[in-house]
Design a protein around this ligand. Structure first.
Ligand code: SF4
Length: 374
């Protein structure tokens, strides 16, 4: 059964929401006592009732993380290739209606950005772009990947959804990671916040991680944009999506991100305010439910918050990020996707991790040892 069918038949939004908000302390105690957590237990850990158990959840999540990942934090940084976009997602600074300076990096500019980032020690790059297939097309993407192969051992993409064939083409070129957030799993809200453009196609986006995994991509990141919907119900669907993918694509490593909506051009007001406590609860519940999933916290979050959540389950963090095309080599910073909160340099962040007893990991993959590498 496809995940979409499961959503339609088994986990309808309103039923799950009612269930989450009906949980009581006794249900949380019961869920926490079980060695294996069911979908119902996971929903319970996301409930308002579980807020009184955050300390116990933190201790459990911390133990699981140490056992599975040690005290390692994998580092990465994004290169924004282009802020041109044909979509009008209401929450995004790159929305085609926003009056921002539009730019697509030339190949020599990609090389400049790659040189700067790699000189800071980063070996895992994330190539980000809006959806403008006429500009950022397959030829452009393949060349961007080719340039980055000289500087980075791991290359991920966060772009518009592709067909399995196109993912395979990029995989052959050197892409080993894919990040694609569903934004919201609530189909009705999805259509409201994506009023125009190709992104309106909910199912095409929902099934992108499967197409990527079928193409051979080894790490796939999913998540929802926090603030578009009731966050407890939303994160339940993120967890169930991860559960489905991990069961059906056991060779692929899955990660989960928790992006909170940040200030951006267009001045979108989130539909729901997500507090630090809310975000921490979601992270703990997901760690306890999916022990082996990587958990990602980007520079959208403040340095203080990122430092505080280190022991709780996070395994991957961005560092020194710029969120506009050319942001690393240009003095002038315009046309960014959102405002970065943690603006520490890579060196400062690495030092801070070491001071707290964590091991920053720049390289955990090298496609040179992969037989199928071209
Ligand atoms: S979220 Fe992506 S698709 Fe939507 S406007 Fe922004 S860049 Fe374009």
């Amino acid at each position: 059964m496809s995940f979409y069918k499961i959503l339609q038949e088994k986990f309808t939004w309103e039923r799950i929401k009612d269930f989450i908000y009906s949980r009581e302390s006794i249900h949380v105690e019961n869920a926490l006592s079980k060695p294996e957590k069911s979908a119902e237990d996971f929903a319970t850990l996301l409930s308002p009732a579980a807020e009184n158990f955050l300390e116990e959840m933190a201790s459990t999540a911390s133990k699981i993380t140490r056992q599975r990942f040690g005290k390692t934090i994998k580092l990465y940084a994004p290169i924004y290739l282009s802020n041109e976009c044909t979509n009008s997602c209401v929450y995004c600074g790159f929305n085609r209606k926003n009056d921002i300076e539009r730019k697509t990096l030339s190949y020599s500019e990609i090389e400049k950005e790659a040189t700067i980032i790699s000189s800071q020690g980063i070996r895992h790059i994330l190539l980000v772009s809006g959806e403008s297939p006429n500009v950022v097309n397959m030829e452009y993407l393949k060349e961007a990947v080719n340039i980055c192969r000289k500087y980075f051992s791991s290359i991920s993409i966060e772009i518009y959804p592709l067909s399995e064939e196109n993912y395979y083409e990029l995989y052959k070129e050197g892409v080993d990671g894919l990040t694609i957030y569903q934004e919201t799993y609530n189909e009705k809200t999805y259509s409201q916040v994506h009023p125009a453009g190709k992104k309106r196609n909910y199912l095409w986006r929902l099934e992108s991680p499967e197409r990527g995994a079928d193409a051979g991509i080894r790490t796939i990141g999913i998540g929802a944009l926090m603030g578009l919907e009731d966050f407890r119900t939303e994160e339940f669907f993120v967890g169930m999506h991860a559960d489905y993918l991990m069961k059906n694509y056991w060779k692929t490593h899955f990660t989960i991100s928790f992006p909170r909506i940040r200030k951006a051009a267009g001045n979108f007001t989130p539909h729901q305010f997500i507090s630090d406590k809310n975000l921490v609860q979601c992270m703990l519940a997901l760690r306890i439910f999916k022990n082996d999933a990587g958990l990602v916290i980007s520079t959208r979050e403040s340095s203080e918050f990122r430092d505080n959540i280190l022991p709780l389950g996070v395994t991957q963090m961005s560092a020194g990020s710029k969120t506009e095309p050319g942001g690393y080599h240009n003095e002038k910073h315009t046309g960014e996707q959102f405002e970065v909160e943690d603006d520490r340099s890579v060196a400062e962040f690495v030092q801070s991790l070491k001071d707290k007893g964590f091991d920053p990991v720049n390289k955990d993959w090298d496609r040179a040892f992969l037989n199928t590498a071209s």
